[in-house]
Design a protein around this ligand. Structure first.
Ligand code: SF4
Length: 202
């Protein structure tokens, strides 16, 4: 599995499909990590952020600090989580900045171009638990019928895997101003803690 994964990462690193389709991306940065053993957890984000690009590590900026603060509430230290979870994203390359602030959201075309890589990762890793971070990642697994806010605090079974949605930690502070959303997030982290213990995830 690890050799096949390394070959897949090499393919991803040399992929120029989005550039050839006319999008600006920074293909030298991919967000996938190379685990030491078969991970049972996978975290799927939207796309690499500018902070990840400069540090070469997924969720290593402000959004990462918020994410690991949440994960600590489910009993994961950052080191243990990074060692036991496979990080990836809907699109693997940094999509560039947005016109306003922050990073650009990958287009539907870019997501479709990158989709086979995610399918291959899922087939190779066969994770028991998938944490989907944000709207795009959650919709990839659950479809567009369940709004992200309504999905947070629940878990879903799809193809024998548990899907556990989380909000995207970047810019989530307004969302958590609402006590109902804080309750949803607390419920999601409580479910995560339960799965951590049930499946000895870390
Ligand atoms: S985002 Fe995916 S499909 Fe697009 S260039 Fe990068 S690896 Fe290729």
């Amino acid at each position: 599995m690890l050799r096949a994964l390394a070959l897949l990462h090499a393919k991803i690193a040399s992929c120029r499909a989005c550039t050839e389709a006319g999008f600006f991306v920074a293909p030298s940065l991919i967000v996938v990590n190379q685990p030491a053993a078969r991970p049972r957890m996978m975290l799927v984000g939207q796309a690499p952020a500018a902070a990840s690009r400069s540090r070469g590590k997924p969720f290593s900026g402000q959004a990462g600090r918020a994410l690991f603060h949440w994960l600590a509430q489910a009993g994961f230290s950052e080191d243990a989580f990074r060692a036991r979870c496979y990080f990836t994203a809907i699109t693997k390359c940094y999509p560039g900045p947005a016109r306003g602030q922050g990073d650009r959201v990958p287009t539907a075309r870019e997501r479709a171009l990158c989709r086979p890589f995610l399918e291959r990762e899922l087939a190779l890793i066969r994770p028991k638990l998938i944490l989907t971070v944000g709207r795009l990642a959650t919709a990839h697994f659950l479809g567009d019928d369940i709004p992200l806010t309504e999905a947070i605090g629940r878990s879903f079974e799809r193809d024998g895997r548990i899907i556990l949605p989380l909000p995207h930690p970047s810019g989530v502070s307004r969302w958590t101003n609402d006590p109902r959303n804080r309750e949803r997030l607390a419920q999601a982290l409580s479910l995560l803690q339960r799965y951590r213990e049930q499946y000895a995830l870390a």
